[in-house]
Design a protein around this ligand. Structure first.
Ligand code: HEC
Length: 170
């Protein structure tokens, strides 16, 4: 898994350099060029048009708290790795994911955020993705993030995970 991150990272660094040299123009084309050799990307799930782009958005907006591998920062930021998909199995969990402050208040567009969420779930916790998972859409994220959670997020988080524990097979 660590090796996969490194491969993706170097590919994204190349992409970033390419984008800079083109003054930001044609980033979609640049992404297409770097896509072929990246096995992780070719397996990208529904709702992710460009895994390279989603990864870049993650590095710029999320990994400062959540760490590159999604394991979080002790005492401040919980781990998404091996956990985040569990929210999808309890009522209200999907809404929580779209309303949690780091997501709802990010500077990303609804479309970019939806892609990032779909990528994040697959990248960090595909084991817990329900078989019938429907990818987040821009419209859905737009609606959820219009009601961002504040301080109540951590209590809601604890309640949802407790329900997920209770509904998990003993
Ligand atoms: C300033 C630090 C910070 C940043 C930046 C941040 N988060 Fe978070 N994130 C948190 C904390 C802390 C929580 C736990 C809930 C809470 O108290 O807000 C959390 C919770 C979450 C959750 C809910 C899952 C859970 O276990 O609670 C998701 C999904 C998530 N973040 C995704 C993201 C994404 C995607 C980004 C970037 C767009 C991002 N976060 C940016 C700190 C951050």
């Amino acid at each position: 898994m660590i090796r996969a991150v490194r491969v993706t990272g170097s590919a994204a660094a190349l992409l970033a350099a390419a984008c800079l040299s083109m003054l930001g123009a044609g980033s979609r084309n640049a992404g297409a060029q770097t896509r072929a050799p990246n096995a992780a990307e070719s397996a990208a799930p529904a709702g992710v048009d460009n895994a390279q782009r989603a990864w870049q958005h993650w590095t710029l907006n999320c990994q400062g708290c959540h760490r590159p591998d999604g394991t979080g920062s002790a005492g401040t930021t919980p781990s998404l790795a091996g956990t985040v998909g569990r929210f999808l199995s309890v009522p209200g969990g999907r809404e929580y994911l779209g309303r949690v402050p780091g997501v709802a208040t990010s500077p990303l567009s609804n479309a970019d955020l939806a892609e990032l969420m779909n990528w994040m779930l697959w990248r960090f916790d595909k084991e817990h993705l329900p078989a019938n998972f429907q990818p987040f859409t821009a419209a859905e994220l737009g609606q959820l993030r219009s009601a961002p959670l504040r301080l109540e997020a951590s209590q809601m988080r604890a309640d949802l995970l407790k329900k997920a524990d209770e509904s998990a097979t003993p």
